[in-house]
Design a protein around this ligand. Structure first.
Ligand code: NDP
Length: 251
C-alpha cells in the first residue's frame, strides 16, 4: 500500500526473524508506530507473508525476505535488499533472529556449536556491520539478548547464554563506534516469552514462571513495547544499555 504525500516520511526498519514470535510482534508494532518494515525468515514463508499483510493493514509497507542468518552472504546482503525494497533508507535495525539449542555441556554436539554461534552471533554481527554503513543519522539498533546472559542460566544453557552475552559486548561497542552519528545501540533481555521457541504450556514452563516475580510468561507484545521505545525519537539519549523485559526473573 502506498503512503499518502501528507504523511510524515516513514522510517524504515529491518527486523530479522520477523515471521513468528517476538520478531513478528516487533515488526507489527514498528509499523503501527509509522515505519515501513522488512522482515527476514528462513523457513516459514507463509507466516512471513501473513506478517507482511498485517504490516500493510496499518498503512505502511512490508517486505518479507528469505535470509538465513547463519549464511554470511544472506546475513550481510539482507540490509541492501531492505534498502532497495523499501525506498532507499534504513533507520532501525532489530537483531531478533536467534535459535535456542540447549543441551548438557559435556555432550553438546560440535555441529550445534557452529550453528548456534552462526545464527546468534556471526549473523547478528554481519547484519549489523552491513547496516552500519546504511543507517541514517539518528538510527537505532536494538538487539534481542536473553535473561540467560545476565544471570546463572537454567540447565543446558551454556552455549546459548554465551552467545547472548556476546551480544552485550557487541551492543556496547556499537554504541561507541556509531555514537558520533547519533546512532544508538541497546539490548533487550527477554525472560520467558510465550512463543514457538518457548511455549507457555511447554514441559519446563511452570518452572520458568516460578522464577519470575510476576509468576507468569510474558507476551511477545510486551517485548515489542520496549523495542518500540528504544527505536523512537524519545530514546535519543539512551545507548549502550541493557533492558530486562522478564517479569522480574531471578536466579
Ligand atoms: P521463535 O522460534 O518463535 O521465532 C524465531 C524467528 O527467527 C522466526 O521468525 C524464524 O524464522 C527466525 N529464524 C530462526 N532461525 C533463523 C535463521 N537461521 N535465519 C533467519 N531467521 C531465523 O523465537 P522467539 O520469538 O521466541 O525468539 C526471538 C528472539 O528472542 C531470539 O533471539 C531468542 O533467542 C530471544 N529470546 C526468546 C525468549 C523466549 O522465551 N521466547 C527468551 C529470551 C530471548 P522462520 O519462521 O522462518 O523459522
Amino acid at each position: 500500500m502506498s503512503v499518502t504525500s501528507s504523511a510524515p516520511a516513514a522510517r524504515t526498519a529491518l527486523v530479522t526473524g520477523g515471521s513468528r514470535g517476538i520478531g513478528a510482534a516487533i515488526a507489527l508494532r514498528l509499523a503501527q508506530d509509522g515505519a515501513d518494515v522488512a522482515i527476514t525468515y528462513v523457513a516459514n514463508e507463509d507466516a512471513a507473508q501473513e506478517v507482511v499483510r498485517k504490516i500493510e493493514a496499518t498503512g505502511r509497507r512490508g517486505l518479507a525476505l528469505r535470509a538465513d542468518s547463519a549464511d554470511p552472504a544472506d546475513a550481510a546482503g539482507v540490509v541492501e535488499r531492505t534498502v532497495a525494497g523499501l525506498g532507499g533508507r534504513l533507520d532501525i535495525l532489530v537483531n531478533n533472529a536467534g535459535i535456542g539449542l540447549l543441551g548438557p555441556l559435556e555432550y553438546f554436539p560440535v555441529a550445534d556449536v557452529g550453528q548456534l554461534l552462526a545464527v546468534n552471533v556471526q549473523g547478528v554481527f554481519l547484519t549489523t556491520q552491513a547496516a552500519a554503513t546504511k543507517l541514517a543519522r539518528g538510527g537505532r539498533i536494538v538487539t534481542i539478548g536473553s535473561c540467560m546472559a545476565q544471570r546463572v542460566p537454567g540447565p543446558g544453557g551454556t552455549l546459548y547464554a554465551t552467545s547472548k552475552a556476546a551480544l552485550i559486548g557487541l551492543t556496547k561497542a556499537l554504541a561507541r563506534e556509531l555514537g558520533e552519528r547519533g546512532i544508538t545501540a541497546n539490548i533487550v533481555h527477554p525472560g520467558p516469552i510465550d512463543t514457538d521457541m518457548n511455549p507457555a504450556d511447554g514441559p519446563y514452563a511452570a518452572g520458568q514462571s516460578a522464577m519470575t516475580a510476576l509468576g507468569r510468561f510474558g507476551a511477545a507484545d510486551e517485548v515489542a513495547s520496549m523495542v518500540a521505545f528504544l527505536s523512537s525519537d524519545e530514546a535519543a539519549y539512551v545507548t549502550g544499555a541493557e533492558f530486562s523485559v522478564d517479569g522480574g526473573h531471578a536466579a
